[in-house]
Write a protein that binds this ligand. Structure first.
Ligand SMILES: Nc1nc2c(ncn2[C@@H]2O[C@H](COP(=O)(O)OP(=O)(O)O)[C@@H](O)[C@H]2O)c(=O)[nH]1
Ligand SMILES: [Mg+2]
Length: 290
């Protein structure tokens, strides 16, 4: 995470500040314009050394989360429905399997629902995961109505007495209005099946998508009311700044980060270690928030 920015900020020497370079580095780390502007404003009011630059960046990021976000967790005996949305290839299906694995291990009864009826291989991919994890599942027919698939899938999950019903959806471009309307319909039928559902609308973002990820978050949130974000592929070239930008500019919390393709590589998000990672693990001021 942040590899290039980290290398730069750790190697920073005291001396005259190259403000343009600093601004460019913050933007390239995907921190977004608003956070970048704040960090620069913090620095203009003080004598700047390499340490103050590291502190200002880490402190601004930390202050986005006065307390750590509450990571949702299903409660055995009380069914919740969570669904995953996002653009194609973001990592929705893989992340769904990781969540299923995590809560299955925590003794929750998990039921998987495949409502990606668009891609022929989507149902198969989910079935493979369900069999591997030994979980009940319902898969919509390819070419069928995703809302019908979600409706039937939730019904099956409720009948099976699942604690957590996880719904996979087809990837779609956030700027295609028809597809976003289709998702809104999926949401409505989920709500018809169970009062209060879906309890979580989880947006999966590919951390390597850079600034485009912010646009995705904005559109999906406006259309569906996202309750939390999962940022994937932070093991690769992703810069990770998108987590701070999504919080600062849209107000959405990242709840988990994906750092690999294995079932175990899903970690609850922790803002303190995240801010530390930003500046190369040196810590902003050396003090950690409780
Ligand atoms: N390196 C890495 N690859 C991931 C991660 N999450 C998903 N992938 C890969 O990204 C590709 C697309 O994932 P998939 O779950 O099918 O995306 P979907 O289209 O959103 O359902 C697959 O090859 C996954 O193995 C991650 O955290 N790290
Ligand atoms: Mg998928």
């Amino acid at each position: 995470m942040f590899a290039k920015f980290k290398q730069w900020i750790v190697g920073l020497k005291d001396g005259p500040v190259d403000w343009e370079e600093l601004e460019a580095q913050l933007i390239q780390a995907d921190l977004g314009l608003e956070l970048t502007t704040e960090i620069l404003a913090d620095l203009r009011t003080q004598t700047v050394s390499a340490a103050t630059i590291r502190a200002a960046a880490a402190d601004r990021v930390r202050r986005l989360w006065p307390s750590a976000p509450v990571i949702p967790s299903p409660v055995p005996g009380r069914t919740e429905v969570w669904w995953l949305v996002g653009v194609n290839g973001a990592g929705k299906t893989t992340t769904l399997a990781k969540l299923a694995h995590r809560f299955n291990q925590a003794r929750c009864k998990v039921h998987l629902v495949g409502a990606d009826t668009f891609r022929a291989a989507a149902g198969e991919q989910l079935t493979v995961w369900a069999n591997r994890l030994g979980l009940g599942h319902s898969i919509g027919a390819t070419g069928g109505d995703p809302a019908a698939a979600a409706f039937q899938g939730v019904a099956s999950g409720l009948t099976a007495g699942a604690d957590l019903i996880l719904i996979d959806t087809a990837g779609r471009l956030h700027n295609k209005e028809g597809l976003m309307r289709e998702l809104a319909k999926v949401r409505r039928v989920i709500a018809k099946q169970k009062e209060g559902a879906p309890e979580q609308t989880l947006l999966v973002i590919d951390g390597t998508n850079g600034a485009n990820a912010l646009a995705q978050a904005r559109e999906f949130h406006a259309a569906l009311g996202v309750t939390g974000v999962i940022v994937t592929k932070l093991d690769s070239s992703a810069k990770g700044g998108v987590i701070a930008a999504v919080k600062r500019e849209i107000g959405l919390n990242t709840l988990w980060v994906g750092q690999g393709e294995s079932l175990e590589s899903l970690t609850p998000f922790d803002p303190v270690s995240y801010a530390d990672t930003l500046v190369g693990g040196l810590g902003g001021t050396g003090t950690k928030l409780p």
